[in-house]
Design a protein around this ligand. Structure first.
Ligand code: NDP
Length: 329
């Protein structure tokens, strides 16, 4: 069994030296437990925060122990009722080839209903984040104008498509390359821009000349500042992530225009997907329908090999992914 440990805490941008590949015995299950041979691991931006030794909504990763995170795999041994070898399960012990866990902490999924990777992406945590953030947290209504940042990523690409399906009048996305911008147009975004091409504020004004009602923030910083500037009275922002500052050692310089929140009566609302589990059933039903009839497409970027999981994570932070970044074990 090979697994990835956190060898040291990154200062600023993480590097390969912060991770260590460790070989251990394949575990055997005790009563109530299962052993899962992981097939796909999720790497996610929130993991960067857990590499710091600070108190947050999730505890820090311990040093010299395997990292964890979303994974799907096949049960290879079971001492638990209701879960049998051959079952496919979704669980939280990624970053390793074999996971030993209580069966209660795993969810059996149907690999014939969707590709198993979908449970880590479009039908999983990032899909629910997009759905709950846009519809519940920001309360997007038909006819509204929506802007989403990191729009070619896993959450962002779904936000834009859900907005369109729910009747948004205009959907605008920003991303980090010309190829990503092209992909956003193909996904049905009305306008998209590469945030490297000029100040975000100017690019957004050109892409949304009548302003925006809803901003789905994945980036923070100058993107949030530009969105505040573009927001119409009573606009709402779902504050989902601020990836532009996860590796910063200093506090961000933007947004500098927060006072506009008053006059425009804006709502900026942070959220955690974990609080929106009550929407899961409705989300899975609706998203499954959209996938079946082809109205939602999703991208995945797959890196091969557990030994390359750190590189996949670093690549995610650098924007090397289109859609969900995954590791095939
Ligand atoms: P993505 O698939 O969107 O991958 C991250 C993307 O962020 C990269 O592809 C990159 O794309 C972009 N990015 C990186 N650095 C910058 C930067 N400095 N400025 C602008 N864009 C940047 O990841 P997810 O879909 O998993 O997550 C998206 C966001 O949602 C993250 O902020 C994450 O923390 C947050 N999140 C929050 C949850 C919650 O419960 N609140 C749950 C899940 C995710 P590019 O090439 O365009 O730069």
């Amino acid at each position: 069994n090979r697994e990835i440990h956190l060898a040291s805490r990154p200062q600023g941008w993480p590097a390969a030296e912060n991770f260590r590949l460790v070989t251990t015995e394949v575990p055997t299950p005790g009563p109530g437990q299962i052993v899962v041979r992981n097939q796909y691991l999720s790497v996610d931006p929130y993991m960067r925060g857990r590499m710091n030794d600070v108190k947050s909504y999730l505890p820090p990763f311990p040093l010299d122990a395997p990292l964890d995170g979303g994974a799907v795999g096949e049960v290879v041994a079971s001492e638990a009722e209701g879960v049998k070898p051959g079952d496919t399960v979704l669980h939280g012990l990624g970053w390793r080839e074999y996971a030993l866990l209580d069966a209660k902490a795993a969810r059996v999924v149907d690999p014939t209903l969707a590709p198993v990777t979908a449970y880590l992406s479009v039908l999983g945590m990032t899909g629910l984040t997009a759905y709950a953030g846009l519809l519940d947290v920001a309360g997007m209504k038909p006819g509204e104008r929506v802007f989403v940042s990191a729009a070619a990523g896993s959450v962002g690409s779904l936000v834009g498509q859900i907005a369109r399906l729910k009747g948004a009048a205009r959907v605008v996305g920003s991303a980090g390359s010309a190829a990503k911008v092209e992909r956003l147009r193909a996904l049905g975004f009305d306008a998209a821009f590469d945030y490297h091409d000029g100040p975000v504020r100017e690019s957004l004004r050109a892409a949304a000349p009548d302003g925006i009602d809803v901003y789905f923030d994945n980036v923070g910083g100058d993107h949030l500042e530009a969105a505040i500037a573009a927001m119409r009275p009573h606009g709402r922002a779902a504050i989902c992530g601020m990836i532009a500052q996860y590796n910063d050692l200093r506090p961000p310089a933007a947004p500098r225009n927060l006072a506009l929140v008053i006059g425009k009566r804006l709502t900026l609302r942070g959220f955690l997907v974990g609080d929106h589990g009550g929407l899961r059933e409705q989300f899975v039903r609706e998203m499954s329908g959209w996938l079946r009839d082809g109205s939602v497409s999703y991208d995945e970027t797959v890196v091969d090999g557990i030994e390359n999981a750190p590189a996949a994570f670093l690549g995610l932070l650098r924007g090397e992914n289109l859609g969900k970044m995954l590791v095939r074990v």
